[in-house]
Design a protein around this ligand. Structure first.
Ligand SMILES: [Zn+2]
Length: 258
């Protein structure tokens, strides 16, 4: 599933449509009314919040997209080529087309509805306006394992399974440790690690937590220190695999004792 860095990267790339009048269509036919309502609208800005993306139109309409497990955006410059038939929404200018495929959410809403979605999300470490103190207070009061709390989008937005495993390893915290048992300094360090790791992933376009001179040449299977690894990439200890918060957790038993 795409994590927050994917959405922020998309927001940055979709910014090429800022100020353009969009030709909107639904080749698949499942978003025809929404596409008609957006057609010829001016795109004013793109707002990423965690794993949610909002395209804000001059009309006041907001396109709300969540990619879910399968969704993706594809960019085309060959505008003569007909879109794939599974394209839910095509947004095109006279230069470029962006095709949205298999999102879990694609809906046209208003500003109030957007505010409701955003109010249900915790602070997003990738947003400059993120309220870090609110995130730290929520974690500091949370009786759940830290590995579960980090996956809750209402606590911190944008963290998925790769970031939670890699960030907990980076700060040396066991995923089963109750969040509220962590002291304030450890929570601040965790937030800062998430900010740094997620920002780097926006730049890289993927999640790479190992050090490398040529980052983009790192194979996907070797890009993480604990996630889906057999041995810890720091100390070589066999990785412990468990279930935390309903998802597979990976941690180093040496560097992340309970
Ligand atoms: Zn280790």
């Amino acid at each position: 599933m795409p994590e927050g860095h994917t959405i922020h990267r998309l927001a940055r790339d979709l910014a090429e449509l800022h100020g353009s009048r969009l030709h909107a269509s639904s080749p698949q036919g499942r978003f025809t009314a929404g596409a008609e309502a957006m057609d010829d609208a001016l795109l004013e800005r793109v707002e990423p919040f965690g794993k949610h993306l909002f395209l804000c139109m001059g009309t006041g309409g907001r396109l709300h997209v969540h990619l879910g497990m399968q969704g993706k955006w594809l960019r085309f410059e060959e505008l003569g080529r007909p879109p794939l038939k599974q394209v839910r929404l095509r947004l095109a200018t006279d230069r470029v087309a962006w095709d949205l495929i298999a999102p879990s959410t694609c809906e046209l809403i208003d500003g109030e509805a957007m505010a409701r979605v955003v109010s249900g999300l915790g602070p997003d470490p990738l947003r400059p306006d993120a309220d870090a103190a609110a995130a730290l207070a929520a974690l500091g009061a949370d009786p759940r394992p830290i590995g579960s709390a980090l996956l809750d989008q209402g606590v911190i937005a944008g963290v998925g399974n790769v970031f939670r495993n890699e960030a907990l390893h980076a700060v040396g915290v066991h995923p089963d440790r109750p969040a509220r048992s962590m002291d304030a300094a450890a929570l601040v360090e965790l937030w800062q690690v998430l900010q740094r790791m997620m920002s780097q992933a926006v730049e890289d376009g993927r999640i790479i937590t190992v050090e490398a001179v040529d980052r983009l040449a790192v194979p996907e299977s070797e890009a993480r220190r604990v996630y889906k690894q057999e041995h810890c990439r720091d100390c070589g200890a066999p990785i412990t695999v468990s279930k935390v918060g309903g998802r597979t957790a990976y941690h180093c038993p040496v560097e992340q004792p309970l």
